[in-house]
Design a protein around this ligand. Structure first.
Ligand code: 1HN
Length: 342
């Protein structure tokens, strides 16, 4: 009896505190200080065979001039209807028809595109034309002007990712539309991208922004060459990190990109990390176990690895290549990166 009287008294006190905009830490302690990260999202796979018909429909039914971008965003319903792929990140596929121009704009969130079916498209980033070839990575770093153009005779589809959810959590996004009527934006050639094309050499006296990579365009052919010669890392896969050639660090302050080559039937050592990843299957077939889920995947499928979930991958046909975009560098910078192998 005495105990229940105390309980009633305590919750009465808590209610009075709450009514005065005060919360007692002793009542909230477990929620406020979880003993480990607990992702809200289970891992999810989005299959290319399900996405592709919608991408084709978007191309046919949505005029590019009516929309800022003709992109289909991959959403995990665990986020209660928020337009989020995994914590801090979103991924999408963009469709561009022959003659389409996705108008220039800039913003403080960081974004990338990875050329899946994009031969003949170009992204113009800060006056540099980046022609897309198979497997190319193109950065659109924070506050760099960018627009896209399809000058080929066929429909183009590429993979996008951005750290919009992170920047929205921080409420730090700024967005500026470019001049829609200006033709000048589209006249760019490769421009200063040439200055950053040579691996291992940079102009000693070149001025450049330090916050993000001065190189915007990373070649798919070069990535594949490097993957073929690299030794395997601690998890058994060959991994390339795309880096800022001036610093050796991640390409952008809060978005980090990797290419991984998996060997047939050799599962990687299960790994878990505090950061979040989205994996695009670039080529091959395979299987990934993420947390409690096992996914079979093939080309252009996309799956998420929510933070602090054990993940292991294996190719099942020949070798398989993944492109991985993550918020790893944000955790690194905040000294919150923890990574473990089983
Ligand atoms: C984005 O910023 C662009 O700026 C394109 O070109 C597609 C898809 C999802 C999120 C951001 C762009 C996008 C995107």
């Amino acid at each position: 009896m005495a105990e229940s009287a105390t309980t009633v008294k305590r919750s009465d006190f808590v209610a009075q505190l709450e009514a005065s905009n005060l919360h007692p830490l002793w009542d909230r302690f477990r929620t406020l200080t979880p003993v480990k990260p607990q992702a809200k999202d289970p891992p999810l796979i989005w299959r290319w065979r399900d996405i592709e018909p919608f991408a084709e429909r978007a191309g046919s039914e949505v005029p590019i001039d009516d929309v800022e971008r003709r992109a289909l965003i991959l959403v995990n319903p665990a986020f209660d209807g928020e337009t989020v792929t995994t914590s801090n990140l979103i991924a999408a596929f963009t469709v561009l028809d022959p003659g389409d121009r996705a108008r220039p704009h800039r913003h403080t969130f960081a974004a990338i595109r990875f050329a899946t079916r994009a031969e003949g498209a170009a992204t113009i980033v800060n006056d540099r034309r980046c022609d897309m070839h198979d497997g190319d990575l193109i950065l659109t770093p924070p506050m760099c002007w960018h627009g896209h153009i399809n000058e080929s005779d066929h429909r183009i589809i590429w993979f996008d990712a951005a750290n919009i959810p992170l920047i929205r959590t921080l409420d730090a996004n700024f967005f500026e539309p470019g001049d829609q009527k200006s033709n000048q934006f589209w006249q760019a050639d490769e421009g200063d991208e040439k200055l950053w094309a040579e691996s291992g050499m940079i102009g000693a006296d070149l001025p450049h922004a330090t916050a993000h990579s001065p190189k915007y365009h990373y070649s798919g052919a070069a990535t594949r060459r490097l993957l073929a010669t690299l030794p395997a890392g601690p998890d058994g896969a060959r991994t390339v990190r795309y880096t800022n050639p001036a610093t050796g660090g991640a390409v952008m302050p809060a978005l980090d990109c990797y290419a991984v080559r998996l060997a047939k039937d050799r599962a990687t050592r299960p790994k878990r990390t505090t950061c979040n990843s989205i994996c695009l299957v670039v080529s091959g077939t395979g299987r990934s176990t993420v947390g409690e889920h096992t996914f079979q995947w093939s080309q252009h499928d996309v799956f998420s690895i929510p933070h602090w979930s054990w993940a292991s991958h294996a190719a099942t046909g020949g070798d398989a290549d993944l492109f991985i975009v993550s918020d790893r560098v944000a955790f690194e910078r905040l000294e919150l990166l923890r990574e473990e192998y089983q």
